[in-house]
Every structure is written in structure tokens, then in C-alpha cells.
Write a protein that binds this ligand. Structure first.
Ligand code: A3P
Length: 305
């Protein structure tokens, strides 16, 4: 582990580099416990994402999709109507293995659905050894940066004031962001998805926005629960997308006024939910720099944003 020497303020004392990626100290404890104790099962499904890529959205979609028999979408008391998606699909290292060194997961019904931001190199060994499936989600780096900047500023506002976009951009471009370097995170899973498409499904926020129906059908097939003809006719796909839409989720009382058990306001996870909002914030120089890094890092990989 090495501390970050050049940063000022709270980040300086609390960010650590572990296995090539930067983590706040507290998250690192969760990662270490998870690496030590988590035993993946063949039927597990793990949503892996870069922070602020639409994790909340995909948690809702996966929950609704996998539980559509147990909880029909039209049900008046569907769990998504009264629970934030982060409560229904817990993070491994920033919830389960952070709260307890070795939590008892035996009461979770199969298929178990978890989530993580851990990079590929840090996943517990049993995840690679088992046949569990990984759904990976990322988002174009410019919108990711703006969403992250806005989120962390809201989190730290009361304690230490806001962080300038210049500082945030500088750090992000240098790879020093939560679970960064961003490009290494994305490339790790991109390569895994090419090597092992049965195990890793690689998705981008923008493609779900553009073709939600197609993406949901792809997800269902990948997870071994394709929609039946009857479900297609009955409009189940549209119903799932509707219940999980930004407009619907962000206006639910639980998401407007509720808090997560960890204390964060649920409304922090819903800002604009748009593609390209970074245009309203980034200077031409910042955009140019991000484009250049993206080009250099992703060159030859076949991946583009
Ligand atoms: P913006 O800040 O650009 O609005 P995460 O869930 O990984 O923390 O990502 C948060 C981002 O996803 C935020 O982006 C948030 O508004 C957006 N988001 C949350 N729910 C969404 C939904 N149902 N549909 C689309 N985007 C959503």
C-alpha cells in the first residue's frame, strides 16, 4: 500500500493504492475482507461498475428482471417501490464486507445478486474460479467525471466545502479517482469480456439509454432467463424499463426523502440521468485532455466511448 503524496486535504490521508487502483481507506478494509472471505456460488450474479456509471439504475433493472416471477412488475407492493436499489442489491466491499469482516450470507435466496466497484485484479479468487456471472457497466469518462464530481461535492459539502472541477479533473486524468485509474478499470473488464463472453457481459450506460429494450433482452439471455413470447406480448420488458426509469425511480418517496442505512440521502443517486451533460461543465481544454487520454489508453483495444 502507498499513500498519495501530492494530494491536499482529506484525500491525502485517506486514499490508498492497492493492486494498481486508488481506494479510500475505509473501502479498502471492505475489499480485503471480501477477498479473504467471499465464496462465490455458480449461480451468483455480480454487477460490477465504475462509480457513477448508472449502478443504481442497473441494480434496479437486474432486481426486477431476476425476480419477475416472485415479484410481478405490476404488483402494487413491488420492492422497488419502497426500497432504494442499493438496499435490494448490496455492495460487497462497501456494504456487506465493510459492516462485518465475514458476514453470514446464507439466508440470501439464489440466484444471489451482489454489486461491486472492485477492479478485475481485486475480485475474490472464488469469483474467477466459479461459474458466477459478471455484468459490467461503465460510462463515457466525461459524464462519469461530472457525475462523480457532483456526487462527491454533495457528500463533502457540509464538512469541508466543495472541490473545484479543475482539481477533480486533474485527479481523474491522473488516474486518482475512486477505483481509478478509470481506463485501467474499464480495460480490465473489457479484455475479460472478450476472453470469456459467457462470464462477463460488458455494457455502457449510453447503449442502455439508446437501446434499452435490446439491452434488457441481451441481459436476460446472458443471465439464462430470456423473456418468453408470452412475456414479450404482455409487455413485461417495457414494464421493467418503466418501473426502473429515471423519472419513475427518482420521484418515489423512498428515493426522494429516504436515507441508506449508511446515512447517505437516497436522492444523491439521482441527478440528471442524461448522456452528454458534461458538455455543460467541461472547458474545451478539459474535453481535449480527456479525449487525448482516452485515445491513447484505448488505442488498439477495440473499445470506444
Ligand atoms: P448523473 O449524475 O449524470 O445524473 P451510480 O448509480 O453509479 O452512482 O450513477 C449515478 C448516475 O446514474 C447519475 O448520473 C444518476 O442520475 C444516474 N441514474 C440514476 N438512476 C438512473 C436511471 N434510472 N436511469 C438513468 N440514469 C440514472
Amino acid at each position: 500500500l502507498s499513500t498519495l503524496p501530492t494530494e491536499k486535504g482529506w484525500v491525502a490521508s485517506t486514499f490508498y493504492k492497492y493492486q494498481g487502483f486508488w481506494h479510500p481507506c475505509r473501502h479498502l478494509q471492505g475489499i480485503l475482507s471480501c477477498q479473504k472471505h467471499f465464496q462465490a456460488q455458480d449461480t451468483d450474479i455480480i454487477l460490477v461498475s465504475t462509480p457513477k456509471s448508472g449502478t443504481t439504475w442497473l441494480k434496479a433493472i437486474l432486481f426486477a428482471l431476476l425476480n419477475r416471477t416472485r415479484f410481478p412488475i405490476s404488483q402494487k407492493n413491488h420492492p422497488l417501490l419502497s426500497n432504494n436499489p442499493h438496499v435490494l442489491v448490496p455492495f460487497l466491499e462497501i456494504k456487506l464486507y465493510l459492516e462485518q469482516e465475514n458476514p453470514d450470507l446464507s439466508s440470501i435466496v439464489s440466484p444471489r445478486l451482489f454489486s461491486t466497484h472492485m477492479p478485475d485484479v481485486s475480485l475474490p479468487k472464488s469469483v474467477h474460479d466459479s461459474q458466477c456471472k459478471l455484468v459490467y457497466l461503465c460510462r463515457n469518462p466525461k459524464d462519469t467525471l461530472i457525475s462523480l464530481w457532483s456526487f462527491t461535492n454533495k457528500l463533502r459539502l457540509q464538512e469541508m466545502g466543495t472541490n473545484s472541477l479543475e482539481e477533480a479533473s486533474e485527479r481523474f486524468c491522473g488516474g486518482v479517482s475512486m477505483y481509478g485509474p478509470f481506463w485501467d478499470h474499464v480495460l480490465g473488464y473489457w479484455e475479460e469480456s472478450l476472453k470469456n463472453p459467457e462470464k462477463v457481459l460488458f455494457l455502457k450506460y449510453e447503449e442502455i439509454k439508446e437501446q434499452p429494450k435490446l439491452c434488457l433482452e441481451k441481459l436476460a439471455c446472458f443471465l439464462g432467463c430470456p423473456f418468453s413470447l408470452k412475456e414479450e406480448i404482455e409487455g413485461v420488458v417495457d414494464d421493467i424499463l418503466e418501473i426502473c426509469s429515471f423519472d419513475h425511480l427518482s420521484k418515489l418517496q423512498v428515493n426522494m426523502e429516504g436515507k441508506l442505512p449508511s446515512g447517505e440521502n437516497c436522492n444523491l443517486f439521482f441527478r440528471k440521468g442524461e448522456v452528454g451533460d458534461s458538455k455543460n461543465y467541461l472547458s474545451p481544454e478539459m474535453e481535449e485532455r480527456l479525449d487525448k487520454i482516452c485515445k491513447e489508453k484505448l488505442d488498439g483495444s477495440g473499445l470506444q466511448f
